[in-house]
Design a protein around this ligand. Structure first.
Ligand code: FEO
Ligand code: CA
Ligand code: CA
Length: 669
């Protein structure tokens, strides 16, 4: 059934409670409670709500709503619906191609958030591939929850795993698992934990060592056998907040990147807050440094967090006690050395990871790579915070098949753009319009008035403010579909949208108090990833399908799985979109969903799996022609009030009685 069969009015007004399911515990550990403080984007960018409001005022239906900043929604409610979605450049329903379902499964029902279980469809099996604390480096000890040490952790798989990728080796039965270890839940790691300030130095060192990334060799007996990890493989590596790295690009050596320990500003140490990422065609892995701000102890700033990255006033994790550079007061530039895209070569455990300044500094969700028509490399990047922006990077040089040495340097030099979305009005009863990629740098120089190249790259958010970028509802993962060439942007949620003093709705972020998120589909001009213009539409407006404000690409809402808070995106070989979620507000555990984006079933959402209580689903990889799916189960049991004595989850149910973040392998039985 399509939109023409099942019409529903445009968005209902104010259907949401501003409170999502995100617990204060998650907020504290994940993002330094950024939800509890004003969003750091105070720029005066115009947003489409202003335009809508002006138009609506002329029509006189705005009465009483301006103060709520929900003018767009008021208009929306007043309109009948016909067919949402689809920009002028793309007639989506006319495409007779139905890619079908490469992953053969029967949809599962949502699992109550109270139920601590990992659920897969009938006929499928699951097993943890590797869990927090599993020994990976030669000589690393077995995991011992009660007696963990920093030395042991340095040789073991890190904590919370977000981006997950499988890099193939020549032998089809060998591969490298590369995983981001985004952050730690100390309250679930240490039996006697009170807070960071009263932690022992050893506990702080364990936490440090559990952050970063893990590289682990995988092997299987044959294509029909499950993968296992290789303990002590020469490929295995831990990358931590202590790993030496190198800056590349125009801002390497910039004054703002210099510290007492690195007066040249070229050799940062470590990475953390590693969220989503990407895998390059030349076999390296990109990792986004996201919520880096919460790791620096810093003086309180009057009026709250006033800098554009919320470093000041965040409080930190007491890491400065064992690593003095984490005091923003003592080493004010250290925080500038985080918030970058890190490129890691997993095939060489001795290689120095590089932070690419040309790709800008923000709370990088991830970076996914695509090739432009002329062979230049394009990377799409979300900045995950309320009212932040969507970026892309276009390399200067072109990709050369087989020339790894050349390709390894492609992300060191190129131009940075930020997205401006322009709605065409809701009179057409579609959330759609056109957009521009506005250039911030060109040929290693700034094109932002009043800002130097160093300023643009180190303070990229401020540069994007200047050019009037569109404030989005927390843009997370962004990836180009390898089959249809369109770009999908997961806007996870933004419960501040349309509240007093905050930006109101616009056509690309049309829902006030957006607690369930939406997915934007971008069609680059001429189907070229390097294009500077695009058309766009919303393919999903997430939530409970019975909620009239949701939209599923025109598919019958009665026949879709409820989906809330889209986060990571991936594709299978036929171009179906796979979405993992983080923060389901509908009373269910998070999960992984298949979304059809082409053909008559466009907008069909089907839940494939469900993760345990308190967990977020991350890093989906659809492998083996749809017969294997890898997911990272991040922060299982992260529920307010949960303790080691009274855990909310014991996933992966391995007898330790405690939750352990794990990468899971799901296979067709
Ligand atoms: Fe680490 Fe934006 O999620
Ligand atoms: Ca429109
Ligand atoms: Ca994420």
């Amino acid at each position: 059934m399509t939109a023409t069969d099942d019409r529903r009015p445009l968005l209902d007004l104010l259907p949401y409670s501003p409170a999502g399911r995100r617990s204060p515990m998650t907020c504290h550990y994940r993002c330094a409670t950024s939800c509890a403080v004003p969003a750091p984007n105070h720029s005066g960018n115009a947003y489409f709500g202003d335009v809508v409001r002006a138009a609506v005022s002329r029509r006189g239906v705005l009465a009483g709503l301006v103060g709520l900043g929900v003018a767009g929604a008021a208009v929306a409610q007043a309109q009948p619906a016909s067919a949402f979605g689809g920009g002028d450049d793309v007639n989506l329903l006319a495409d007779p191609f139905d890619p079908g379902h490469v992953v053969d499964f029967d949809v599962i029902a949502p699992v109550s958030a109270e139920v601590d279980s990992f659920d897969v469809p009938a006929g499928w099996t699951w097993a943890p591939l590797i869990s927090w604390g599993d020994p990976i480096l030669p000589g690393a000890p077995d995991f011992d929850f009660e007696n963990q040490t920093a030395e042991a952790q340095l040789g073991q798989f890190g904590y919370n795993n977000d981006y997950t990728t499988i890099v193939p080796l020549q032998d089809p039965n060998r591969a490298l698992l590369v995983c981001n270890n985004e952050y730690t839940n100390e309250e679930l790691m240490f039996r006697d934990w009170v807070d960071a300030q009263s932690a022992t130095d050893e506990q702080l060192r364990i936490s440090l060592a559990a952050h970063g990334m893990s590289v682990v060799e995988l092997r299987r007996a044959d294509a029909d056998s499950p993968w296992g990890y290789v303990r002590g493989s020469d490929f295995n590596r831990r990358i931590t907040p202590m790993t030496p790295m190198r800056f590349t690009g125009p801002a390497a050596g910039a004054k703002a990147l210099r510290t007492e320990a690195d007066p040249q500003g070229r050799t940062p140490v470590g990475t953390f807050g590693n969220c989503a990422g990407g895998t390059t065609p030349w076999g390296t892995v990109l990792s986004g440094e996201e919520n880096f701000n919460g790791y620096f102890s810093s003086p309180e700033v009057e009026g709250g967090q006033s800098d554009r990255y919320s470093v000041y006033g965040s409080g930190g994790r007491a890491w400065e006690r064992v690593e003095p550079r984490f005091s923003a007061e003592n080493e004010p530039n250290e925080a500038n050395r985080f918030g970058w895209i890190v490129e890691v070569d997993p095939s060489d455990p001795t290689s120095t990871p590089r932070k690419h300044t040309a790709m800008g500094r923000m709370k990088h969700e991830g970076a996914t790579v695509s090739l432009a028509a002329d062979g230049r490399v394009v990377s799409y990047m979300g900045d995950d915070e309320r009212f932040e922006y969507l970026y892309k990077f276009v390399s200067k040089r072109t990709y050369r098949e087989g020339d790894r040495k050349h390709n390894m340097r492609l992300l060191e030099d190129g131009d940075l753009y930020v997205a401006v979305f322009e709605g065409d009005g809701i009179e057409d009863e579609r959330y759609d319009g056109r957009g521009r990629w506005v250039q911030l740098t060109r040929g290693g120089r700034s094109v932002v008035p009043g800002m130097s190249i160093d300023q643009v790259l180190v303070n990229t958010r401020a540069a994007a403010d200047v050019v009037g970028a569109t404030k989005m509802d927390r843009p997370e993962d962004v990836e180009r579909n390898p089959v249809n060439g369109r770009v999908y942007v997961a806007c996870t949620n933004n419960t501040r949208r349309g509240t007093l003093g905050q930006p109101g709705v616009d056509e690309a972020n049309p829902r006030p108090l957006n607690k369930d998120g939406h997915v934007v589909e971008i069609v680059e001009a001429r189907d070229d990833a390097a294009a500077t213009t695009f058309s766009w539409n919303l393919v999903l407006v997430c939530g409970d399908p019975e909620d009239q404000s949701t939209y599923f690409g025109g598919f019958d809402p009665a026949q879709v799985s409820p989906i809330s808070c889209p986060d990571n995106v991936a594709f299978d070989t036929t171009g179906n979109l796979w979405i993992s979620t983080d923060g389901n507000t509908l009373g269910s555990n998070d999960g992984l969903y298949e979304v059809v984006v082409d053909g008559p079933n466009r907008g069909q959402v089907r839940q494939f799996l469900s993760v345990p209580t308190g967990a977020e689903t991350c890093g989906p990889v659809i492998a083996d022609d749809g017969r294997t799916v890898f997911v990272a189960v991040q922060h299982p049991g992260e529920v307010d009030g949960a303790t080691i004595d009274d855990p909310a989850s014991t996933f992966p149910y391995d007898g330790t009685g405690q939750p352990r973040p794990s990468v899971v392998q799901v296979r067709r039985a």
